[in-house]
Structures are given as structure tokens and as C-alpha cells.
Design a protein around this ligand. Structure first.
Ligand code: NAI
Ligand code: 15L
Length: 276
């Protein structure tokens, strides 16, 4: 029996979007609209009020188990973006990302949600050198507490598939911003259009089990190989090349700078926190 969500013309009844007040959440609030009759928008931060019957705003702290269970009830798929999105002290990551992702999957299990799109990150493999070429089976080398939490999230996704048949696409997002901000992002950039397409494929492709895919546009010099995720049919349309002149007008990066060495760039050198 298929464990895929019941879709017709790539539209579900209700999709939950966590992290809806964040940078990508605001973008996806608009762009996921065609794919659900109702988008349930959630965040711990304030969200602009619902703009009509196609939206529901449900504030929630992801570390609050009971609140997350109420949040997930009645949803057909979850796009899980919520959490701390940069390197921070472990205690902050623990609450929002580690307890948060566990609460989301437990709620999915209890309420029968069969598809999750998990916003993982390139920081799961951030300590690989930029000269390395990685596919989905590459050794994970998290570059901080944040990367560790995303690595944990991918393990949770695999466990909930193996044990309960809940399918996930874990998208190891590179750098999703309006444009690449530095030389490293010439390789890691993911346009908003390509992000949206990848999320659509991640929600509606049948039988994904737990798929890991690198979230990158069709950039010239890439470090990642998505052949293990070809069943998603994701074909990026954009490329960082159009920004090359602008990015290369920036001052050069020293060869000893982590931004020039590691795939995770500056994240590899942040922390520890709290030392005197
Ligand atoms: P963001 O930081 O703008 O948004 C994250 C949202 O999660 C925020 O609105 C925040 O209030 C919310 N949040 C934090 N703690 C929470 C909690 N305890 N309960 C509920 N909500 C909480 O990040 P952005 O850029 O929008 O990224 C979205 C997701 O994609 C994140 O999971 C991030 O780790 C991931 N990602 C993003 C990348 C990018 O280039 N933008 C790259 C790789 C991964
Ligand atoms: C991430 O995981 C962060 O959420 C985002 O803010 C960027 O820093 C991105 O990685 C990146 O590596 O560029």
C-alpha cells in the first residue's frame, strides 16, 4: 500500500508550514498557495494575519509537545522549516531543533500524517572540503550544533519511515536567498523558484521513502550530486552565474579563510559559546 499523501492535481487539503514567519517561510507562504486548499502557518514569532480562508495562523513553540500535537492534527503534509537557522548555543538548538523535530514526527505519527518535507541543511556535511564531491550517501560531517541538529533531524526522518512508514524528503538546502551573497554561495545558491519546485516535488512525488536531496540551483561549480534523488524529477531552472560579476567584484577571500576551504564556510569556525 502506498504511504504517499492523497493528491489530486498536486493539491492537498491542508499543508502545515512551520517557520512561516522566517525568511523562507514568508516566501513559501505565497508560493505554496496553489498546492493546498488551506495552508496552516505556524511560528513562535509573530505572523501576519490570515489573508483569507486559504490560510490559518496557529502560533506554536516547537519545543512544546502538546502544542505541536494540536498544531499537526488535521494536516495532510508538513513542510518543516521552523527552528534556529544559524549556529547558536546548544541549549537553544536543543529546544527548537532537536525537541522540535522529534515533536513534529511524533505528532505526525499520532495524527496519521504520511509526508514531511524537512528543511535540512548543507551544514550536515559542512566539514567536507570544497574540493570534495558528495552524494546523498556521503559521510555526514556536521560543522556545529546547528548542523548536528539537522543531522539528528535526518535520522529522525529515517527512523519514522522505517518504523511507521512516514515518508520524508530531507532537503539539504545550500543558501536560499534572493541572490548569492559571496563566492561560496556561487556554489550553494538555491533560488526561491527552484526551492519552491523542489518542495512541490517533495510533497507530491509518490514513494519517496526517506530521500535526501541537495537544495541547489543549476550553478556552474557545484559540490553535490543529486543522482540518488532523481526520482523526484527536480530540474533546477536558475543559476548563480547571472550574479558572477557582482559577487566577484567583492574583495578576494584569503585561502586560509574557512569560507574558501569548507563547504559549510564560516559556520565551521563559530562557537564554542559561553567560555569566559
Ligand atoms: P529563519 O531563521 O528566517 O526562519 C526560521 C523560523 O523558525 C523563524 O521564523 C523562527 O521564529 C522560527 N522558530 C525558531 N525557533 C522556533 C520554535 N522554538 N518554535 C517555532 N518556531 C521557531 O530561517 P530561514 O532562512 O527561513 O530557513 C528556514 C529553514 O530552512 C530553517 O530550518 C533553516 O535551518 C533551513 N535552511 C535555510 C537555509 C537558507 O539558506 N535560508 C539553508 C539551509 C537550511
Ligand atoms: C543555513 O543552513 C542557514 O540557515 C542559512 O542562513 C545560510 O547560512 C546557509 O545555511 C548557508 O550555508 O549559506
Amino acid at each position: 500500500m502506498s504511504t504517499s499523501p492523497q493528491a489530486s492535481n498536486n493539491k492537498l487539503h491542508r499543508i502545515l508550514l512551520t517557520g512561516a514567519a522566517g525568511g523562507l517561510g514568508k516566501v513559501l507562504r505565497e508560493r505554496l498557495r496553489p498546492f493546498a486548499e488551506i495552508l496552516r502557518l505556524s511560528d513562535i514569532a509573530a505572523i501576519a494575519p490570515s489573508e483569507g480562508p486559504h490560510e490559518e495562523v496557529v502560533p506554536c513553540d516547537l519545543s512544546d509537545k502538546a502544542a505541536v500535537h494540536a498544531l499537526v492534527e488535521g494536516c495532510d503534509a508538513i513542510v518543516h522549516l521552523g527552528g534556529v537557522s544559524v549556529e547558536r548555543p546548544f541549549e537553544e538548538i536543543l529546544e527548537a531543533n532537536i525537541k522540535g523535530v522529534f515533536n513534529v514526527y511524533e505528532a505526525a505519527r499520532r495524527h496519521g500524517v504520511k509526508r514531511v518535507v524537512f528543511a535540512s541543511s548543507n551544514h550536515v556535511i559542512g566539514f567536507h572540503k570544497q574540493s570534495d564531491r558528495l552524494d546523498a550517501s556521503a559521510q555526514r560531517r556536521p560543522d556545529g550544533y546547528y548542523g548536528l541538529s539537522k543531522s539528528f533531524g535526518e535520522d529522525v526522518a529515517q527512523f519514522y519511515f522505517d518504523r511507521y512508514g512516514i515518508e520524508t524528503v530531507s532537503i539539504r538546502i545550500g543558501s536560499s536567498f534572493p541572490e548569492p551573497l559571496n563566492r561560496r554561495m556561487m556554489s550553494t545558491w538555491l533560488s526561491y523558484r527552484d526551492l519552491t519546485s523542489l518542495i512541490e516535488k517533495s510533497i507530491f512525488t509518490p514513494d519517496v521513502k526517506h530521500t535526501i536531496v541537495y537544495g541547489m540551483s543549476a550553478n556552474r561549480d557545484v559540490w553535490w550530486d543529486n543522482s540518488a534523488a532523481s526520482h523526484l524529477g527536480f530540474v533546477p531552472q536558475d543559476t548563480s552565474e547571472v550574479f558572477r560579476d557582482k559577487v566577484e567584484a567583492q574583495p578576494p577571500v584569503a585561502p586560509t579563510d574557512p569560507n574558501a576551504i569548507y563547504q559549510g564556510g564560516a559556520f565551521t569556525a563559530q562557537g564554542p559559546f559561553g567560555d569566559k
